[in-house]
Design a binder for this molecule. Structure first.
Ligand code: SF4
Length: 152
């Protein structure tokens, strides 16, 4: 089972380049980032995320073309099944995952188009800082530099 915080579900345009993204905050985070920005996401809280709920989100948010799991929780099978549901039930929609881990197993690429890796380290900054330790991959290619301004 994958749990999320319904109240925090949102449309975002900066997290995934050139995509209108529906983002859900997944709980039960396995990470232990120093300076974690959302400690509550490490707790076993929230509601179960189901295919029906995902379908409803798409009904309510016309024009979305990416679905982002902000965290991967503790149930990998449930995570993969939900990502596969997004792709099969919503043609043309891409799937994305933010994991706090340094890397993911190759099987993840069978379920996600975008994967962001790396724990949050306050001193190094987020993806839009050249000093960041985090990376965003598209089908295995590192596209992190698209977040960096040329004049920085
Ligand atoms: S990935 Fe890191 S920053 Fe994000 S909730 Fe988990 S511990 Fe906190």
């Amino acid at each position: 089972m994958l749990k999320y915080i319904p109240e925090l579900t949102d449309i975002v345009i900066e997290e995934i380049p050139h995509r209108v993204t529906l983002a859900v905050e997944v709980t039960n985070c396995r990470g232990n980032c120093p300076g974690c920005h959302s400690p509550f996401l490490r707790k076993d809280i929230g509601e179960e995320l189901t295919p029906l709920l995902i379908d409803k989100m798409f009904e309510d948010n016309f024009g979305v073309n990416c679905f982002l799991f902000l965290g991967e929780g503790k149930d990998g099978d449930a995570l993969f099944a939900l990502a596969d549901h997004v792709r099969s039930a919503h043609q043309g929609v891409e799937t994305a995952l933010y994991t706090g881990r340094e890397s993911v197993e190759p099987v993840y690429w069978e379920h996600f188009d975008y994967i962001k890796t790396g724990p949050y380290v306050e001193d190094l900054g987020p993806l839009n800082k050249r000093t960041t330790n985090q990376r965003l991959y598209y089908h295995g290619t590192d596209i992190t530099p698209v977040f960096w301004r040329k004049d920085e």
